[in-house]
Design a protein around this ligand. Structure first.
Ligand SMILES: *Cc1c(COP(=O)(O)O)cnc(C)c1O
Length: 399
């Protein structure tokens, strides 16, 4: 009934897959992405070539970070991050209980133990520095932070806690591609970006993220020692790549570590480069829509709008809200579904999953957030009228 998109926009999800009137997320692809993929197909060089190299360089520049390596996905990036930091059996890795499960799974994959910390508050569902401090033991080797929804963790406090104790910081920056860091007073003196604030960071380019290639990701670091090992581990521990040999830089190779294969291919890298060009514009649009949501929802009594009072800008990855209680959430989500508005929830508390029950700790805020929060449609081609419509529906379902 409302025309929401211009017809030049390729829109696979909406035209073929989704029957939602307003889906949760949507991809902002156009003729540029099609041209980029065609360029690679016609070149007949499909993996780890000039597109990957250019994507890595351009991405590192955007983050302001010395090294960036294109990888198959962010889960691989978290695995690599833990491995290059030497995290293994007997080590503990403090991380948020409110996160996607990848970081916790990768912690177990390297033989270490995840220690789940609570969030700051319902309106700031990122890991609480004070909770990190309480979780530290002599076995603590690393802290994983996750910039929930694209809004940065309290990195000033977290760095101060970790630095003196020799604890490494891994950023799960999957939500925060292109988010600018502001200190706890709201200043952005250094102009630093998410992914440039710890020892090593992982980004995801999965289909519902801010920069989309389908599958795909990036691992970034300023540390030369880590970069060298990441490069080896990403490709079988081999000292040269097929590309180097193709280019005539090398004839042979040695294997100096038991590596993995987490390489990205040229098609995904080419898509990533186009999406990187659009990132700033797309993120600004997301933030504009987010403010529109906040404006339209701010008078709901008993509801919490995470990050709406925050000083920082963020990347506007998720539009999240917290209902007064779980039953109100259920009735509002049902109401939205009945008019074709898709919602989701990010996330069930990790300690609620079967495989992590034995690591359960008291994380009351994460549990409350998990029970009462849900996420609304958020993507760059969403329209302001859609936001108003959704806010109206929420208002009606609440009364
Ligand atoms: C998407 C996501 C991941 C996993 O990314 P993949 O690229 O799918 O492996 C990990 N952590 C967070 C917070 C995410 O949102």
């Amino acid at each position: 009934m409302r025309v929401r998109r211009n017809s030049t926009q390729m829109n696979a999800r909406n035209s073929t897959v989704s029957s939602w009137r307003i889906p949760l997320s949507d991809i902002n692809y156009g003729p540029e992405e099609e041209a980029a993929v065609l360029r690679v197909l016609r070149s007949k060089w499909l993996s780890m070539g000039s597109e990957v190299q250019a994507f890595e360089k351009e991405f590192a520049e955007m983050v302001g970070c010395k090294h960036a390596f294109a990888i198959t996905n962010a889960t691989a990036g978290l695995h690599l991050a833990l491995k290059v930091l030497g995290v293994g059996p007997g080590d503990e890795v403090i991380q948020p209980a409110m996160n996607f499960v990848a970081a916790a799974n990768m912690t177990v994959a390297v033989g270490a133990t995840p220690v789940f910390a609570d969030i700051v508050a319902l309106d700031e569902p990122t890991i609480d520095p004070a909770a990190i401090e309480r979780c530290i033991t002599p076995r603590t080797k690393a802290v994983i932070v996750m910039h929930y929804g694209g809004y940065l963790c309290r990195m000033g406090d977290i760095s101060a806690i970790c630095r003196g104790r020799g604890i490494a910081i891994i950023e799960d920056a999957c939500h925060a591609v292109g988010a600018r860091y502001t200190d706890d007073a709201g200043r952005s003196p250094s102009g630093r970006m998410a992914g440039d604030l710890g020892d090593v960071s992982a980004f995801s380019f999965f289909a519902n993220k801010n920069l989309v290639t389908g599958e795909g990701g990036m691992i970034a670091t300023n540390r030369d020692d880590l970069a060298k090992t990441i490069k080896l581990l990403r490709s079988h521990g081999m000292t040269t790549l097929t590309w180097d040999r193709h280019e005539g830089h090398a004839n042979s190779y040695d294997v100096v570590m038991n590596g993995l294969n987490y390489r990205l291919d040229e098609l995904h890298a080419a898509l990533g480069r186009v999406q990187l060009q659009k990132l700033d514009r797309n993120n600004s649009r997301r933030l504009k829509l987010t403010r529109e949501y906040w404006n339209n929802l701010k008078d709901l009594r008993g509801w919490v709008l995470p990050f709406s009072a925050a000083r920082q800008q963020g990347a506007g990855h998720l539009m999240c809200l917290v209902a007064p209680d779980a039953s109100t959430k259920t009735s509002v989500v049902d109401g939205l579904r009945s008019v074709g508005v898709q919602t989701s929830m990010h996330y069930p508390t990790i300690t609620s999953f079967e495989v992590f029950k034995s690591q359960a700790r008291m994380v009351p805020l994460s549990d409350a957030f998990s029970n009462r929060s849900f996420t609304l449609p958020m993507f760059p081609t969403l329209q302001v009228d859609d936001v108003k419509f959704i806010a109206e529906c929420i208002g009606k379902a609440t009364h």
